[in-house]
Design a protein around this ligand. Structure first.
Ligand SMILES: [Zn+2]
Length: 113
């Protein structure tokens, strides 16, 4: 499962940060996800809970920040909002879109002690 490797990646990042910044526990994680990152949020929550068990982030809150997607439309030469990668332009209906934002998946902030 894709979400399991994402969750494992997050825990690995937390362990690296804990070693570098000398904290012992993670209480909350803010994760930014773009709509094009193809992440099932509920599956990710489930995996996060499973992989953080017995780790420094056991019981940590996972706060999901959903970012908007954007693309550049070659039809109307404008930046438009999209919800999925193969959406048509909401203004002109063209499929000639270049995705400029939306595949983000990153830890934005941590609450630690
Ligand atoms: Zn357009």
């Amino acid at each position: 499962m894709h979400e399991m490797s994402i969750a494992e990646g997050i825990v690995q990042l937390l362990e690296e940060q804990a070693a570098a910044q000398r904290f012992a526990r993670v209480k909350a994680v803010w994760l930014e996800i773009g709509p094009l990152a193809a992440v099932e949020v509920e599956a990710l929550r489930f995996c996060f809970e499973a992989v953080t068990r017995h780790s420094l982030a056991e019981g940590a809150r996972l706060e999901i920040v959903e970012l908007p997607g954007r693309a550049w439309c070659l039809g109307c030469n404008a930046s438009v909002a999209i919800r999925q990668r193969y959406d048509a332009c909401p203004q002109c209906g063209s499929y000639r879109l270049q995705v400029t934002q939306g595949d983000e998946l990153r830890v934005k902030e941590l609450e630690v002690e």
